[in-house]
Design a binder for this molecule. Sequence first.
Ligand code: HEM
Length: 157
Amino acid sequence: MGEIVFTEKQEALVKESWEILKQDIPRYSLHFFSQILEIAPAAKDMFSFLRDTDDVPHNNPKLKAHAVKVFKMTCETAIQLREKGKVAVPDTTLQYLGSVHLKSGVLDPHFEVVKEALVRTLKEGLGEKYNEEVEGAWSQAYDHLALAIKAEMKQEN
Ligand code: HEM
């Protein structure tokens, strides 16, 4: 794959917006999961912490952990794309991500659902600081990370 162009400005936008969302993880992780379930109600049963509940649980450590991982790893990917022009997730992490998602029954289209939920959560959190440039930078970083995880899932399958 050729070098990916990811600008300093894009990296800064991703970092700045993550700094804002990070200040209220309980609120934004709840919003993120509510969006996932609004877009794809059937996704609920894949998550161990949602399977036996009617509502998205407040202050659930596993729920918060997944939300934080998605945002944080996308942010790290943005930094790697700007620095190296490619995704640079360590192989062991990628293998772990591949197997966890494969085991949980995650399919390619689910990655689009999570991307949409991420974008909606950014919109909610950033308010008037949200714009198309912010969305574009996050989307680009997320897409590259998702591509790497999906490729790993196919290799393991
Ligand atoms: C688990 C990251 C996308 C569903 C995990 C774990 C990580 C992770 C690190 C392990 C959790 C832990 O050890 O605490 C990511 C990242 C994603 C992504 C970085 C995208 C860039 C998705 C998508 C789905 C999904 C698209 C499906 C809608 C799950 C499920 C688990 C899991 C069901 C098992 C959680 C449980 O039941 O406790 N993910 N994930 N993930 N992920 Fe993802």
